[in-house]
Design a protein around this ligand. Structure first.
Ligand SMILES: [Zn+2]
Length: 354
């Protein structure tokens, strides 16, 4: 089951509700910018499936619970399909959710608390249920968004595999290690990774000094097509490389790269691969405007990749909310508090220096 998305009509209604029902950044500024810049699809970098809005969270929890209750009975009779009551207990705001003919859920209405079953039924009768259903425009946005999300997820998965590959390569200097990625066709591809230069020093947590250790890694993909190379290059951009010495497409279509990356970034990304998420997500995520972090924090896997790829705020191990994708500089040290909680960076070095 896919997550609940608002129709354009419901999106307009969400806009009229109190702004603090959005648990993270509201999409309006980005939407406005896209329209101003005449983007072909103004929703392109707005993920309607994961808008952090209380009513959408409530709607998703109805889906998660298997549609067990919360039906508007009279409204469902009028619409001749189930109409689910979506309720946010903190504000009293209500919404209505229906399934389209493919079984995908949509938030089709959002409003204040005086929205009773009878009122929904009356509104449906008056406007005909057709008016409530997602229209061609809604479906077109969903389709474009699905394609965009799929390409981002592919880059995130590739990044994940690459991080493990680089980590294994660090543990076996002078050896080529292989890692597997899945391409956009769903086929397995092998990458060869080798650390070709660079040797960091153990991190001294008591000194605030220079920790600018860099390693240069060679990455060789198997022969692949344009789209696969794009995915790989996008994944590498998340490593925030200091430099890209080689980026060569060979005659057989394979891609050879030599990338210099900060060891701190490798440690940060690797931390996200090894740290499991036992932590409870706070019920309220307050969005704070971008504040440059002086160091790189460790974040659990469930948070890091989405925050790098989708620009969502993430909570670090040491308890700081920040947005890793906006933390562009690659010359930053690892956060000492995070490293004290999980000694990932030193873990990498201990093995290397043995
Ligand atoms: Zn930290």
């Amino acid at each position: 089951m896919r997550s609940v998305r608002p129709t354009l009509r419901a999106l307009q209604q969400l806009r009229c509700l109190p702004a603090d029902l959005f648990l993270s950044e509201a999409p309006w500024p980005r939407l406005k910018r896209n329209i101003t810049h005449r983007e072909r699809n103004p929703f392109l970098d707005i993920d309607l499936s994961s808008l952090d809005h209380r009513l959408l969270h409530a709607a998703n929890s109805i889906v998660d619970k298997g549609f067990a209750s919360d039906r508007y009975k009279a409204a469902s009779r009028t619409a001749e399909r189930p109409v689910y009551e979506v309720r946010d207990h903190s504000s009293g705001c209500r919404g209505a959710m229906i399934l389209d003919d493919n079984g995908d859920p949509w938030l089709v209405y959002a409003g204040y608390h005086d929205w009773s079953d009878a009122k929904v039924a009356a509104a449906l009768k008056k406007s005909r249920s057709r008016y409530w259903m997602p229209n061609e425009k809604d479906f077109a946005i969903r389709e474009a968004e699905d394609a965009w999300l799929a390409s981002k997820r592919l880059a995130a998965d590739t990044l994940d595999a690459l991080i493990i590959g680089i980590h294994n390569a660090l543990l076996s200097p002078n050896e080529t290690v292989e890692c597997g990625i899945t391409d956009h066709n769903g086929s397995e591809q092998r990458l060869e990774v080798q650390v070709i230069s660079g040797k960091g020093q153990p991190l001294n947590l008591d000194e605030s000094g220079d920790q600018e250790a860099y390693i240069t890694v060679s990455i060789l993909s198997g022969p692949n097509d344009y789209e696969s190379r794009q995915t790989l290059q996008r994944a590498i951009s998340y490593l925030k490389p200091k430099s890209l010495e080689y980026n060569v497409i060979q005659s057989d279509g394979s891609l050879y790269m030599e990338v210099t990356v900060s060891e701190a970034i490798i440690a940060q990304l690797f931390a996200s691969v090894v740290l499991s998420s036992s932590e409870q997500k706070p019920s309220r995520l307050s969005f704070t405007p971008y504040e440059a972090q002086p160091c790189l924090h460790y974040i659990r896997k469930e948070s890091l990749i989405p925050s790098m790829v989708y620009g969502k705020a993430a909570l670090s191990l040491c308890g700081v909310w920040f947005i890793p994708s906006q933390d562009e500089s690659s010359g930053k040290p690892i956060c000492k508090d995070c490293e004290k909680i999980e000694p990932v960076f030193n873990g990498l070095h201990q093995v290397k220096l043995e």
